[in-house]
Write a protein that binds this ligand. Structure first.
Ligand code: FES
Ligand code: FES
Length: 172
């Protein structure tokens, strides 16, 4: 067993883990963060996407011990004071999900994308989420949701109560 110390969604944890344990498993099985989903376990689908020190990563492709000393944000850490993150809100408003299995990873990828590119074109959104697969939506409403969130998050745009206009850098 190896000790891992990590901050997840703003809370510090220290746990002994098997060296082979994946970050996705650690989040779900040890911390109970079941909002992070596992679709393929082969780093193809993106359902397990979280932010590791502000960058989106597929948590099935990272060992828990590799996250030692890091800050992790999951879909469960995006909302603030009971208010959805603007990207979560936009997915709801634009019907960017059907079964919802891809949605947590898709939203984490989108938040990272908007942190890097606050006003992406449709092509840039599609490129930004290309590592995340959706079996249901045809992607059109997902792209609309990301572009809608970009407008909402622009400085000076009207915000839902309690939300900041600034992108959540790394979702911390
Ligand atoms: S479960 Fe990690 S990419 Fe599919
Ligand atoms: S909404 Fe079903 S996989 Fe994307």
């Amino acid at each position: 067993m190896t000790e891992v110390r990590v901050t997840v969604d703003g809370v510090n944890y220290a746990d002994d883990v098997e060296p082979r344990m994946l970050l996705a498993q650690y989040l779900r099985e040890t911390l109970g963060k079941t909002g992070t989903l596992i679709g393929c376990d082969t780093s193809n689908c993106g359902a397990c996407t979280v932010h590791l020190n502000g960058q989106s990563v597929k948590s099935c492709s990272v060992l828990a011990v590799q996250a030692d000393g890091s800050e992790v944000t999951t879909i469960e850490g995006l909302a603030r004071d009971g208010n959805l993150h603007p990207v979560q809100e936009a997915f709801r408003e634009c019907h960017g999900l059907q079964c919802g299995y891809c949605t947590p990873g898709m939203i984490m990828a989108a938040v990272d994308l908007l942190g890097d590119n606050p006003d992406p074109s449709e092509d840039e959104v599609r490129e930004g989420i290309e590592g995340n697969l959706c079996r249901c939506t045809g992607y059109q409403n997902i792209v609309r949701a990301v572009q809608s969130a970009a407008q909402t998050m622009k400085p000076g745009a009207a915000q839902p109560a309690g939300q900041s206009a600034a992108p959540v850098a790394g979702g911390n």
